[in-house]
Design a protein around this ligand. Structure first.
Ligand code: PMP
Length: 457
């Protein structure tokens, strides 16, 4: 059968990202064959609601002919143009300009990459260059946050704070440091916003001191909501407070909006809700809604001008063959049009319904925490609500809960620690949101009946 031969070929040849290779060889691949709106179809013809928009990226939903047309038109006219040698293409220039118009504050300069990891990686290169240009090469230490995710490039993965990205890879580098997360559900200072914000400020200042003071620290990285760490939403005012510390100490503040950008939390940029303007900002995923690969970083005016002045007539030696790819940019322009032609609005409505629906699961014996903003949410499962005891590893939460949800017609992200992540396409109808919640409840009931869970209750 179609699917069986693919399973064999996959097993023999395709290395999957962030997978146990042996585990995957055992289980075999699940092949998706088509998708429309918020629904994906697998090789057996099973239809599922994609509650995770692929990998938090298909914000516009599947099957938009206008996106396909934009890509096809661009491929016919000019499938590739380098942005080296002073060359360019109309879609890339227009997309940079449209994005700069909408980005917070003076984030006026856009550097296009192939995805999120190289957008973050590029910020590290540019930030080193920036401090050298300012005659302060000693500012070479970078700080990020536990449970943070900043991609999988060799240097970016060192800012990422997930153990699997470090173990065996010789990471992080000795110039990459972490402070504790704001993670409200499990924060030793409790759940009060003021206490969490104060603890984060103190942790950042203490880390800076440990590193020899602000004259050693180049930049601080934060996601407006920590995504891959388990959808950890900081209290309101947290981003603003951390941004203020960085401004006061002349440390660059990088907002990583690879997940939160493009309507995931409501607006195009979550930073506008947080009422901050970072020095640099990274995006990807929703930028092209996953239809083709593309990421970008924004530089504020002072970062760009310092780098440009520092280089003078020399080349700033950073670039990719596919920087500012015209087909990706054409897709980006069409996706942006769709966001503003009702998708953002629908996402806001659907997000409110999703949050209310997930909140209604709080009465379930396994649900310890419900959190999120807009169409980005998580529930954290525990076997003891009082003690917040995580699900036992023996119950294989990542695999078994993912499988149960799949059988119930729902794709979600099931993290190994029993956190379930939600990031549905912004085009979801009310009925689809309700189905996500209803199928989750069924999945939770089945999980409650799992022998390894029952033993731990
Ligand atoms: N930063 C953040 C905040 C992310 O969530 C991700 C991807 N999940 C990345 C960077 C890396 O992006 P990519 O996978 O496109 O390289």
């Amino acid at each position: 059968m179609f699917s069986n031969s693919l399973i064999e070929l996959d097993r023999a040849h395709l290395i999957h990202p962030v997978a146990s290779y042996r585990g995957h060889e055992n289980l075999g691949v699940r092949v998706l064959t088509s998708a429309f709106g918020a629904t994906v179809t697998d090789a057996n013809g099973k239809q599922l609601i994609d509650g995770f928009a692929g990998l938090w990226c298909v914000n516009a939903g599947y099957g938009h002919d206008s996106i396909v047309e934009a890509a096809a038109k661009q491929m016919r006219e000019l499938p590739y143009a380098t942005a080296y040698f002073g060359l360019g293409s109309e879609p890339a220039i227009r997309l940079a300009s449209e994005l700069a118009d909408r980005a917070p504050g003076d984030l006026n300069h856009v550097y296009f990459t192939l995805g999120g990891s190289d957008a973050v990686d590029s910020t590290i290169r540019f930030i080193r260059y920036y401090w050298n240009a300012r005659g302060r090469p000693g500012k070479d230490q970078f700080i990020s946050i536990e449970q943070g995710y900043h991609g999988s490039s060799t240097v970016g993965a060192g800012l990422t704070a997930l153990p699997a990205f470090h173990a065996g890879f010789g990471l992080p580098f000795d110039w990459q440091h972490k402070i504790p997360s704001h993670y409200a559900y499990r924060n030793p200072v409790g759940t009060e916003p003021e206490a969490i914000i104060a603890a984060s400020i103190a942790a950042l200042k203490q880390k800076i001191e440990e590193l020899g003071g602000a004259e050693r620290v180049a930049a601080f990285y934060a996601e407006p909501i920590q995504g891959s760490g388990g959808v950890l939403v900081p209290p309101k005012g947290w981003m603003k407070a951390m941004r203020a510390v960085c401004r006061e100490l002349d440390i660059l503040f990088v907002a990583d909006e690879v997940i939160t950008g493009f309507g995931r939390t409501g607006p195009l940029f979550a930073c506008s809700e947080d009422d901050i303007v970072p020095d640099l900002l990274t995006v990807a995923k929703g930028l092209t809604s996953g239809y083709v690969p593309m990421g970008a970083l924004f530089m504020s005016e002072h970062v760009y001008q310092t780098i440009a002045d520092g280089a003078g007539t020399s080349a700033v030696g950073h670039g990719y063959t596919y920087s500012a790819h015209p087909v990706s940019a054409a897709v980006g322009l069409e996706v942006l049009r769709l966001y503003e032609d009702g998708l953002l609005e629908n996402g806001r409505r659907a997000g409110a319904r999703l949050m209310a629906g997930l909140e209604s699961l709080k009465d379930h014996p396994l649900v310890g925490d419900v959190r999120g903003r807009g169409m980005l949410a998580a529930i954290e499962l525990v076997v003891d609500k009082e003690r917040k005891t995580p699900l036992p590893a023996a119950a294989e939460p990542a695999r078994r809960i993912f499988d149960r949800a799949w059988n119930n017609g729902l794709v979600i992200r099931a993290f190994a620690n029993g956190v379930l992540g939600y990031a549905p396409p912004l085009c979801c109808t009310e009925a689809e949101i309700d189905a996500i919640v209803e199928r989750t409840r069924r999945t939770l009931d089945e999980t409650l009946a799992d022998n390894d869970i029952r033993r731990a209750l």
